[in-house]
Design a protein around this ligand. Structure first.
Ligand code: MTE
Ligand code: HPA
Ligand code: MOS
Length: 754
């Protein structure tokens, strides 16, 4: 089934926040953000701004009737700065004006007197200063220190990975409309409607029931609107609460770039110990996560780095520790992969380092250590339905890895100015929110008397086509034509207590809830049909069958009949993933419903005079389970791969030591475009049984393929080393053309170009 939005997308008719019709009397908001990264807020001069014609009011922390607090995991994030400012762009005041232009003009006239405090932008420096968001956490299995003594070779090093801007096409925004009795209806570009509802209620000091959140779709979220949307929603809601007028705020791109958090940069130490037969006997790592100015989701992101520290390898003795470090940058947040990619980059760096020092291929180490069925992860869960080796061998055979390697070697010995590099990137990603209580969802189904169907779930459509999948689930369970089905907006009054659409688990959780609701309705309809035709009656393809013979009674007639018999034609169902548990006091349990596996082979070519490169091919065998929509799933894999390539190769997020974002525009922050996308992108759907915890055994797909992009980093590294074997390259992603160029000509023994 095609994306149900494709028709309206192509015609430009799909509605995003900024397309909603604006109610008469709407005011426009603009934030005055801190000009410095850290300091005491001494005074604010609002006079010029207030005197600007068209300005209605300027709100500050003093105007907040409830709590000046939006921190989800930890209460360390104020809505509007009161005493200190903690990052450049931190909201201090909110201007409300008759037009957007006036609001922005006036915000620019606000002056703040801020007493400077030291600015920290480096997570290791923050750790030394003891500026931690939460106490460090350690996951371990076996005894790594003792095991190093029994290793034949040990390698240590440092691995850094950079941040990443979400760059959703639709910037952050919200639109609040006052209802009667002080109630508010809020349209928000959020992945987490309930998170927004909770934050707004908290800030206004009212019950959550007074705040309704409605979401049609997002122009992308990528994790940036999981908790990142709360701030903007709370600001417009505050204004609506104070002024009893509709208030809208859609961020300009540069505001969004400057004021919102991104993927967490990590700086890590690793130590890996191998036996002669290349088994990883011991591995330790320490992750320093740059959390930014507040906790946001950082502890949960760090937790996933610890879970995925072994990537897809079985390591009997492992100890990984994570520090969540507070810096004076916008609060970094969820980003596709949610800390998994950062953890996996470190183990891949450790393996690459070992391979380089031993003079062997990294693939020899990777392949020798793949997880097998029944192996225990370091957090106690046993690998079940493990497809690690299956994916690896399928990819190696299907794409003829030995031939690809020979071709690269032959090319490199025959070419001086261009070098090719190849890397293999196997992945393993756990599916479930790592907080058990978040693994629940509900759905509401109405069968209307004419046989048409309306469905609501807690799922937010953000381009991942979850709405298409929800329509598929209902159509399949009710055995009707999808054209009968309308999917409603995601709305907190229809579906309460939603988990954010995140963790790749949205279609599993909401799909299973929807399946339960549809099954209950089907039972009721069958009871009506059996009353008429006897116990052997069934219902399929919109018709009632008796002993496999069509009865001539059709779906819409059956619905009407059921209605006339006063049968309930609406159902609300709730689903909670069974079997998952985790004990953080011992860091052991069964946190994931299942894992997703896959292997990618990535090939690159470096221009050794310029440092520029192309990603020639990404060839993948991926474990989609029994994909319920191969078009959508392929699209998700392709998008994730390109986003992962961007993170690893070109997206160079830079702040200066004053905490000012330097890569503050698309002219100096390069994301992949069609020219930088791999020329060849093969994705093979591995035949597997899937998991019973995946909707229709169709495994979660949103995040896992992003991590294939990590392979591009190592392919580039291999190409650089083919040119300059002496190159001592730090493990420092992204591998931008500048870094490639420096690497090509590193050290005195520089190869010279003839
Ligand atoms: N695909 C598109 N087009 N836009 C997005 O914002 N977000 C990704 C992924 N794919 C995203 C996307 C992220 S971070 C996640 S967690 C999943 O989609 C969320 O949706 P799912 O749970 O339905 O896979
Ligand atoms: N993944 C994504 N988002 C989340 C998670 C997670 O594991 N936990 C909380 N939010
Ligand atoms: Mo995705 S980072 O879990 O929104």
């Amino acid at each position: 089934m095609k994306n149900i939005d494709s028709y309206s997308h192509v015609r430009g008719e799909s509605l995003y926040l900024d397309d909603l019709p604006v109610v008469q009397g709407t005011l426009y908001a603009c934030v005055f953000g801190s000009p410095v990264a850290h300091g005491h807020l001494r005074s604010l001069d609002l006079t010029d701004a207030q005197n600007t014609p068209g300005v209605v009011r300027i709100l500050t922390a003093h105007d907040i009737p409830g709590e000046n607090q939006i921190g989800g995991i930890i209460p360390d994030e104020v809505l509007l700065a009161d005493e200190t400012v903690d990052f450049q762009g931190m909201p201090i005041a909110l201007v409300l004006a008759e037009t957007e232009e006036i609001a922005r003009l006036a915000a620019a006239k606000i002056r703040a007197e801020i007493g400077p405090l030291p600015v920290v932008t480096d997570p290791r420096e923050a750790a030394v200063l003891g500026h931690l968001i939460v106490p460090p956490r350690t996951f371990q299995t076996g005894d790594a220190d003792a095991a190093f003594a029994h290793c034949d070779s040990i390698f240590e090093g440092l691995a850094d990975s950079g941040g990443q801007e979400h760059l959703y096409l639709e910037t952050q925004g919200a639109y609040a409309v006052p209802l009667e009795n002080g109630n508010i209806r809020l349209f928000s570009s959020t992945q987490g409607p309930t998170a927004v509802q909770r934050a707004v209620a908290r800030v206004l000091g009212v019950g959550m029931h007074k705040i309704e959140i409605d979401v049609t779709r997002l122009g992308g979220g990528f994790g940036g609107k999981e908790d990142g949307a709360n701030l903007w929603a709370a600001l417009v809601a505050l204004a609506t609460h104070c002024l009893r007028r509709p208030v809208k705020y859609v961020l300009h791109r540069m505001e969004d770039l400057r004021m919102t958090g991104k993927r967490h940069p990590y700086s890590s130490d690793f130590k890996i110990g191998l036996t002669k037969d290349l088994k990883i006997r011991a591995y330790t790592a320490t992750f320093y996560q740059d959390a930014g100015a507040s906790a946001d989701l950082s502890p949960a992101v760090l937790e996933r780095s610890l879970f995925h520290a072994n990537n897809t390898y079985f390591i009997p003795n492992l100890r990984v520790t994570g520090y969540s470090c507070r810096t004076n940058l916008p609060s970094n947040t969820a980003f596709r992969g949610f800390g998994g990619p950062q953890g996996m980059f470190v183990i891949e760096s450790a393996i690459a380092k070992a391979a380089e020092e031993l003079g062997i291929r990294a693939t020899d180490i990777q392949q020798a250590n793949l997880l097998h069925e029944g192996d225990a992860f370091h957090y106690g869960q046993i690998a079940e339905g493990c497809e690690a080796e299956h994916c690896w061998t399928d990819a190696a055979d299907r794409y003829d890895l030995p031939r690809l390697q020979r071709e690269v070697d032959a090319f490199n010995s025959g070419n001086q100015h261009h070098k090719k590099g190849l890397a293999v990137m196997p992945i393993c990603f756990g599916i479930s929110f790592t907080k058990k209580w978040m693994n629940q969802a509900s759905a509401l189904v109405h069968l209307y008397t004419d046989g048409s169907i309306g469905i609501s779930t807690g799922a937010v459509e953000m381009g991942q086509c979850v709405n298409t999948k929800m329509v598929q689930v209902a159509a399949r369970c009710l055995s009707v034509n999808p054209a009968r089905i309308k999917i409603e907006t995601t709305n907190t009054t229809r579906i309460a207590n939603t988990s954010p659409s995140a963790a790749s688990a949205t279609s599993d959780l909401n799909g299973k809830a929807l399946q339960l609701a549809c099954e209950t309705l089907m039972e009721r309809l069958l009871t009506v049909a059996r009353g008429k035709f006897g116990p052997t009656t069934s219902l399929r393809d919109e018709q009632v069958y008796q002993n496999d013979t069509p009865t001539g009674l059709f779906w819409n007639e059956l619905i009407l009949e059921a209605y006339q018999q006063r049968v309930n034609l609406s159902e609300h169902a709730h689903y909670a993933t069974p079997g998952i548990h985790y004990d953080p006091t011992i860091e052991k349990g069964h946190p994931f419903a299942y894992h997703v596996y896959g292997t990618a082979i990535i090939g690159v070519t470096v221009d050794c005079r310029r440092g520029t490169y192309t990603v020639d091919s990404v060839k993948v065998t991926h474990d989609f389970g029994q994909s319920m929509n191969t078009i959508v799933d392929r699209g998700q894999a392709e998008g994730a791969i390109v986003q992962g390539l961007g993170w690893m190769t070109m997206e160079d997020l830079r702040y200066n030591t004053d905490g000012r974002l330097l890569s503050n525009a698309l002219s100096n922050y390069k994301i992949p475009d069609i020219y930088s996308a791999p020329k060849e992108l093969d994705i093979h759907f591995l035949e597997t049984v899937g998991s019973e915890w995946a909707i229709f055994r169709s495994k979660a797909v949103g995040e896992p393929p992003l991590m294939y992009g990590i392979g591009a980093y190592f392919a580039l590294r291999n190409a650089v080393r083919a040119f300059n074997p002496q190159a001592e390259l730090p493990f420092d992603a992204p591998m931008t053309p500048e870094k490639v160029l420096l690497g090509l000509y590193a050290r005195e023994t520089q190869p010279s170009l003839v």
